[in-house]
Design a protein around this ligand. Structure first.
Ligand SMILES: [Cu+2]
Length: 111
């Protein structure tokens, strides 16, 4: 009978890096409007592909995400749900409403 070798304990950080290739792309939900509001329900932290789903609920606002390698936006007059597949890299990303960028904005950092 063969002897079983006990695998070494794998550090938690290594597990995170060893996700299967077919792992689902994480989805993040952005919303603009109603009223003068813009938000991202949960902020991404890690580099990699994501799907950004934006609910644009206003015909006077848009949702614009800009940062390293990314520049996507919904139209100001348009409304509805839009999906963007983007690849995040290290750095700071800002999301804003272009006509009201001084007040309707937020950011997140990929480290
Ligand atoms: Cu606006």
């Amino acid at each position: 009978m063969k002897r079983m070798r006990i695998a070494a304990v794998v550090p938690v950080a290594a597990l995170g890096a060893a996700l299967p290739a077919g792992a689902a792309t994480p989805t993040y939900q952005g919303t603009v409007g109603p009223g003068f509001t813009i938000k991202l329900a949960k902020k991404p932290r890690k580099a990699g592909k994501i799907t950004l789903v934006v609910a644009d609920k206003s015909s006077i606002h848009n949702f614009h995400l800009v940062g390293p390698g990314v520049n996507v936006k919904t139209s100001i007059s348009g409304t509805g749900t839009k999906r963007f597949r983007v690849t995040l890299k290290k750095g700071t990303y800002r999301f804003l409403c272009d006509p009201h960028a001084s007040t309707m904005r937020g950011s997140f950092k990929i480290t």
